[in-house]
Ligand binder design. Structure first.
Ligand code: ZN
Length: 422
């Protein structure tokens, strides 16, 4: 007898409903029309079933701090960094853990079970990093959390960050970061990337660079990241987040760059919620939105995933943690409205996110894999993007860890018609 059987679930592009049987080891045992019973039987109501959502870019150290000590009135990255610089002087371990845990719980209710968080390491005590490494252990039975050591103030502009980056990797950070466009000069930006890559090699870690998060068409660090990924052989262990300047590159340059990025096998993460609010702040009209070329990169065969990014921070005063909200924004800004394109947008918050995080081996709904998946009242990708429904069930390693009996509101037509007749 199985531990748990969930009946009548709709797999994408499969017209027949199927059941999923889970063993007491938390693994999927069987998918199909299952005659055997489970110790626990659950009705799936014909809901769409997907592997869990993947958040490939968030900052859990900054979440829920918007307005402290003040609001970002200009909306720019620069004012955001200034305000965060003031707020981070007051960080304590419990402050970081309390806010981060609240957001992780929200994310779980939205079906997110894999999270990559950047953590600012420009603090001599590495308070936030240590707190999030502890939290990573605490949540590990049901959620996988990756930590990127992120030198917000640069590695050359703030030389102390070189030692802190190494210390962060020694303490267990999963990936090394850099922010080359924020260094004083182009040369220093390249030097910061070389330091980041050599430390990642020394400690055998992944890399996630904040890359060209600016509307400056002269910011061209993605080519350096791609070249270093090729030269070091780190390839798909390397991710570049944002790449907003690409929105402004000339076509001849882009034609060369896109081939290099494809050959380098690196991943690109776009954060359409935050970028659409923060980029273009220096433009008059027409006003750019600084979104990287999601559709063109994907069509060129490059792995692109979508991050939700900030939730109530000095950089972005909105956000819920629901990946479908980010998907909705991406579909609009990247103009991905075709059938296959809408499916691909959902891929960018599921399978493609798993590639960015390098967790594909344990990811997906197949017999033998961990029973981690979500069920949602939706028929297809269009429903998911339109309605952004809550998950009915979030299953992590064989256990239902979040349930939501929310249904789309039903209008009582009888009452409405009676009123009209009066
Ligand atoms: Zn970010």
């Amino acid at each position: 007898m199985y531990d748990l059987v969930i009946r009548n679930l709709k797999f994408p592009s499969d017209p027949h409903l199927k059941d999923i049987a889970i063993g007491d080891d938390g693994l999927i045992k069987e998918i199909g029309t299952i005659s055997a019973c489970g110790k626990k039987e659950v009705e799936g109501y014909g809901d769409l079933v997907l592997p869990p959502f993947v958040e490939s870019h968030i900052h859990l150290d900054t979440v829920l701090t918007a307005g402290t000590p003040r609001w970002n009135e200009s909306g720019t990255l620069f004012e955001g960094i200034q305000i965060w610089g003031e707020r981070k002087k007051n960080l304590t371990a419990s402050d970081v853990k309390t806010r981060a845990l609240e957001v992780l719980q929200n994310q779980i209710s939205y079906g997110v079970l894999h999270v990559r968080s950047h953590v600012d390491i420009s603090d001599p005590d590495l308070t936030a990093l240590r707190a999030l490494l502890e939290l990573k252990e605490q949540v590990s039975p049901y959620l996988s959390l990756q930590i990127v050591a992120f030198p917000q103030d640069g590695l050359i502009s703030n030389q102390d960050n070189q030692n802190r980056l190494e210390e962060a990797l020694r303490l267990g950070a999963d990936a090394a970061g850099a922010i080359p466009h924020n260094e004083y000069t182009r040369e220093q930006g390249i030097e910061s990337l070389e330091i980041c890559f050599s430390l990642a090699q020394k400690y055998n870690r992944m890399i996630n660079v904040f890359c060209d998060e600016t509307d400056d068409a002269q910011s061209r660090f993605l080519e350096v990241v791609a070249m270093l990924a090729l030269e070091t052989g780190l390839k798909n262990k390397v991710t570049a987040s944002h790449a907003n300047a690409m929105a402004h590159y000339s076509e001849p340059y882009m034609a060369r760059l896109i081939g290099l990025v494809r050959d380098s096998d690196i991943n690109i993460v776009s954060c359409p919620l935050v970028s659409s609010a923060m980029q273009g702040r220096f433009d008059s009209w027409p006003k750019g939105r600084g979104i990287t070329r999601i559709k063109e990169l994907w069509k060129a065969g490059i792995n692109v995933s979508i991050g939700h990014d900030d939730i109530l921070t000095p950089f972005y005063p909105f956000g819920t943690g629901n990946m479908l909200q980010a998907a909705h924004m991406a579909a609009h800004l990247a103009q991905m409205t075709g059938k296959h394109e809408a499916e691909e947008i959902i891929n960018m918050i599921t399978h493609r996110g798993a590639i960015t995080l390098q967790i594909e081996a344990q990811y997906g709904i197949d017999a033998g894999k961990p029973a981690s998946f979500v069920t949602l009242p939706a028929r297809d990708s269009f429903d998911l993007i339109r309605h952004q429904p809550m998950c009915r069930y979030v299953v992590s390693r064989g256990k239902i860890i979040s349930e939501n009996e929310y249904h789309l509101p039903r209008v009582n037509m009888d009452v409405l018609l009676k009123r009209q007749r009066r």
